[in-house]
Design a protein around this ligand. Structure first.
Ligand SMILES: *Cc1c(COP(=O)(O)O)cnc(C)c1O
Length: 379
């Protein structure tokens, strides 16, 4: 049995061909920002109960558009997690602002609100937490910090779509939230795309202008401000509209696999493998990530048994060559460093059969039963 980490058969070929044909054969030949994009935005807006949803070129550019619309620029600081994906650091930097890295919670790997609180300064403009793997950031605490300090809160929910915390959906906790639709994400599609959702009408309007060269959507070639090309594709919009109704089923399957794993791994902490916290509140089940003391040995064990795994971030963001020169000198991010050494993701995609899921869980358990520290290491 071979179980790839990234399933090769993510999308239905017939649906792919059908939407290409549908958009291609429409008389107006409109391939970007047409009626289907508008309908997709309306569906997202309605399902989340937000004032605006603006589809754009990627999750990364969604973050950039929001930061830009919030007026972030040179001299400003944006507090971001020290562990996570590159755009958390690069989006502020490309606008001339400084990312200020906050350490994460050593178990859940999301940013620690107490660390964020310590880093607020007179220059801070935005707090930008991100949901990680299967756990949503502590949005109530981060909301309190942002509101208390008069800061904007940008919720990077690129991996959080479908998650709910204390009755409130991921993406709706911040002044704006961002989702990504890149292939591997929970609501992935066969291309690049993202969306900004917001309850702030003025912010939504600014993002809408910025995504299409500063135009207002009514008059072409009239540019109200300096903008970007970050538009949404009509074929992708047609595809997402067709898949939206079945998203809850896929999310449920992911959640069940995640719960099963967490149940099976409950006793492994003393054996060097730590599962994410149990429960469904504040969970998103994008990726199921273990923390393993002997991560590479566990990875080899699973690989040898045909089970694909993935190591996401081998270093904290402020230790990456690209960002180290912009990190606060003399600071340390021990929890991020520990996560980078121990994190290992196992398959959770909804195509897995029950037998495959059981096999994966069996092999993780077998590894911990047979592989205590070797004599040399114990000494
Ligand atoms: C994937 C991801 C992004 C970027 O989304 P893209 O659509 O790939 O640009 C941003 N933030 C986080 C936390 C992500 O996981």
């Amino acid at each position: 049995m071979t179980i790839p980490f990234f399933p090769p058969d993510l999308f239905d070929r017939d649906l792919l061909l059908e939407v290409v044909e549908q958009v291609g054969l429409t008389a107006d030949q409109r391939f970007i920002l047409g009626d289907r994009t508008a309908e997709f935005e309306a569906v997202l807006r309605g399902s989340l109960g937000v004032a605006d949803a603006v589809a754009c070129g990627s999750g990364t550019s969604a973050l950039t558009l929001v930061l830009h619309a919030m007026g972030v620029g040179p001299g400003d600081e944006v507090i971001v997690p020290a562990y996570g994906c590159a755009p958390l650091a690069s989006a502020p930097l490309l606008l001339g602002a400084t990312p200020v890295f906050a350490d994460v919670d050593p178990w859940t790997m999301v940013v620690d609100p107490a660390e964020v609180d310590k880093l607020v300064s007179g220059r801070t403009k935005v707090v930008m937490p991100a949901h990680m793997f299967s756990v949503m950031a502590d949005m109530p605490a981060l909301r309190r910090i942002a509101t208390g300090a008069g800061l904007r809160l940008l919720e990077d929910a690129a991996v959080g779509q479908g998650g709910v915390l204390a009755g409130r959906p991921a993406g709706t906790w911040g002044d704006a939230g961002v989702f990504s639709f890149v292939q591997v994400k929970t609501f992935g599609m066969p291309g690049e795309g993202g969306v900004v959702v917001t309850g702030d009408v003025a912010l939504g309007r600014a993002v809408r202008m910025l995504r299409n060269h500063g135009q207002d959507g009514r008059q072409r070639f009239v540019h109200h401000r300096i903008g970007y090309n970050s538009r949404f594709d009509e074929v992708m919009a047609a595809f997402q509209l067709r898949r939206f109704t079945t998203l809850p089923d896929r999310l449920e399957r992911r959640a069940r696999i995640g719960e099963y794993y967490t149940d099976r791994f409950a006793g492994l902490e003393g054996r060097g493998v730590l599962a994410p916290p149990p429960g469904r509140d504040g969970r998103c089940f994008y990726v199921y990530s273990l923390l393993a003391d002997r991560r590479d040995a566990l990875r080899d064990h699973l690989t040898a048994r045909g089970i694909g795994t993935h190591v996401y971030y081998q270093a904290p963001l402020p230790r990456q060559a690209a960002f180290a020169g912009h990190a606060q000198p003399g600071r340390d991010w021990p929890a991020a460093a520990s996560a980078a050494r121990r994190q290992l993701a196992i398959p959770i995609h909804p195509h897995l059969t029950d037998a495959q899921v059981e096999h994966i869980a069996d092999e993780v358990c077998r590894f911990t039963a047979t592989s205590g520290p070797r004599l040399e290491e114990a000494r």
